[in-house]
Ligand binder design. Structure first.
Ligand code: XUL
Length: 564
């Protein structure tokens, strides 16, 4: 844990509330905790259905003219905040009791404030909605988001300028990735220099939402800031060399970095007057959704792994001694001033599961689950790679690839010759999808030095409610699988960080987050429960063989079709 001042009183004021948001790809959510850390309210605005006039699909626009360009309308996020607060108000949430709030943003997405917009932010009229006042506040109306893969050229340029991909990873925690904010900024600077110059401030989704709430430009927090290829991961400060490799005059457009537990500002008077927040309500720095999930899952043991099955699938854990490499990401731990979190990210998560379900399981999760239960573990050697979107890990284009292994029950991987096939029967297709996603996670987690087998896995995200998927996780990873009471760990983690930030603020410096929940974990919304015991060891070893084979095929696919 980080350097912490001693703290005698870790209690939160009775009758106070802590609000956490999650501004994600498909929705804006809010979770409210009381001072015993129990959930007392939650609300969601789904972008496609709740704000249909933006005409998004899955919360995004997929540009059919520019390969890989995926953006979201910035104003939609603003209007979602208007709507969500109205919904919470209609549900009689007493805003006056909220002592602190914080939030999660989808990582890497960026917002471009037009020159002079800070004046607009600081003088919002409480009689009008935000969306009606910020229409011309952005120099770019469509924010690039984490699903974008249109910046391969900029990635290569940045890596070259800092001395190679591995060097950039050692410096910033990741090699250059298309969705990372630095390459996105460089693309704008190269293609639309006038827009770049008309931009006063560049925010991440996290610091953007915090800016709305404090009525001023909020800092980028050190954890989400590590998802930009711009921050020196060890010093937790902007890296001059990375900034210079990206675009001129960038540091002043980014503003200062701040630790995740820091106070961003008091809630803007706009919200005090319009929704009756207490004027002393603290806004704690927002951070990325994955870092906040780490907080929401109370992940604090190096041997534990979390698997989040959402729009993106992610695998993450904590370490004090990270080894940034050509794969995976290292970020500062948002609730520990010295430690780090390590993470793998897959773009083909729930939208791909849904797509394969629609094609092969009659558009029904029930049928999907029946197919998973009907088919044997190991799928009789049928193995699939399903990329509905350009994948991040491995970097492969859209396409589905299916293989059948001959001699499948052989004891060494060399026995396992495979041949490619066009299709599987529907039940095998579903199992090939799930086993494929999980085997890839295990293989890449091991290659990145994550614990193997993990002490335990904590599963979260929508698909963690699915017992058949949990059972496959237990058999493939060979460890117990835990789940949390509610699958939305990012907004829960944000609410928890709001309470943590409140304590740090009261103490005048950082206090360990464990101070908040010591002795009460079992009684609160944060409780993890064992959902699936580890699979049998023989099966785990057979999966290890299959995993080796999968990586061989994957490497071949990358050599043949890969973007790098
Ligand atoms: C993380 C990533 C995604 C987004 C999803 O690197 O790209 O998990 O954070 O919101």
């Amino acid at each position: 844990m980080g350097t912490a001042a001693p703290m005698d009183d870790c209690s939160l004021p009775d009758d106070s509330l802590f609000l956490g948001f999650d501004s994600s790809t498909q929705s804006l959510k809010a979770t409210v905790l009381d001072s015993n850390l129990n959930i007392v309210a939650s609300e969601t605005i789904h972008f496609d259905s709740g704000l249909p006039h933006y005409k998004t699909k899955d919360g995004v626009y997929r540009d059919h003219l520019v390969n890989g360009r995926i953006v979201s309308p910035t104003l939609m996020w603003v209007e979602a905040l208007d709507l969500l607060l109205e919904k919470l108000s209609a549900s009689r949430l007493d805003f006056g009791k909220i002592a602190a709030l914080s939030g999660s943003g989808q990582q890497h997405g960026s917002v471009y404030w037009r020159n002079g917009s800070s004046a607009k932010l600081s003088s919002l009229d409480p009689k009008k909605r935000l969306v009606d006042q910020l229409g011309d506040a952005f120099s770019i109306g469509e924010s690039p988001i984490w699903m974008d893969s249109s910046t391969t050229e900029q990635c290569r340029e940045i890596e070259k300028a800092v001395g190679g991909a591995l060097e950039l990873s050692r410096l910033t925690g990741s090699r250059a990735y298309e969705r990372y904010t630095g390459p996105q900024i460089r693309k704008i600077f190269e293609r639309e220099p006038e827009i770049y110059h008309n931009t006063d401030r560049i925010s991440l989704v996290s610091s953007f939402m915090a800016s709305l709430l404090i009525g001023a430009y909020a800092s980028i927090d050190e954890t989400d800031g590590a998802g930009m290829n711009l921050m020196d991961i060890k010093r937790r400060a902007w890296s001059k060399i990375a900034l210079e490799a990206t675009a001129p005059g960038l540091e002043e457009k980014l503003g200062k970095l701040a630790p995740a537990h820091a106070f961003a500002g008091f809630i803007a008077s706009y919200f005090v007057e319009r929704f009756h927040f207490n004027k002393n309500c603290l806004v704690i720095q927002w951070s990325g959704d994955n870092p906040n999930s780490l907080a929401g899952l109370t992940l604090n043991t190096p041997g534990d792994l979390a698997i989040s099955l959402g729009t993106s699938d992610t695998v993450f854990g904590i370490t004090s001694d990270p080894k940034p490499s050509l794969e995976g990401h290292v970020f500062p731990n948002p609730v520990d001033t010295k430690g780090y979190m390590v993470m793998l990210v897959y773009k083909n998560g729930s939208l791909t599961r849904e797509d394969v379900r629609n094609r092969s399981a009659e558009k029904s999760w029930e049928v999907f689950n029946t197919f998973l239960q009907q088919t044997p573990p190991l799928n009789d050697g049928k193995m699939g790679f399903y990329y509905k979107e350009h994948e991040i890990l491995p970097p492969l284009p859209v396409g589905f690839h299916r293989y059948v292994l001959k001699n499948f029950m052989g004891d060494t991987p060399d026995d396992l010759d495979e041949h490619e096939v066009e299709e599987f029967d529907p039940p095998s297709e579903i199992r090939a999808l799930i086993e494929g996603q999980l085997l890839s996670m295990r293989a890449h987690a091991e290659r990145f030095g994550m614990p193997s087998p993990p002490k335990r896995i904590i599963a979260t995200g929508g698909a963690s409610a699915n017992q058949s998927i949990l059972s496959s996780i237990a058999s493939i990873f060979g460890c117990d699988v835990y789940t949390v009471q509610r699958p939305d760990s990012a907004s829960l983690g944000a609410a928890l960080r709001a309470a943590h930030g409140w304590l740090c603020n009261k103490n005048g410096s950082f206090v360990p987050i464990s101070c908040l929940y010591e002795n009460k974990l079992e009684k609160t919304s944060l409780r993890c429960k064992l959902s699936m015991a580890a699979g049998d060891q023989q099966l785990v070893s057979k999966y290890a063989l299959l995993m080796k084979k999968r990586m061989e095929i994957e490497n071949r696919l990358v050599q043949k079709l890969g973007r790098r």
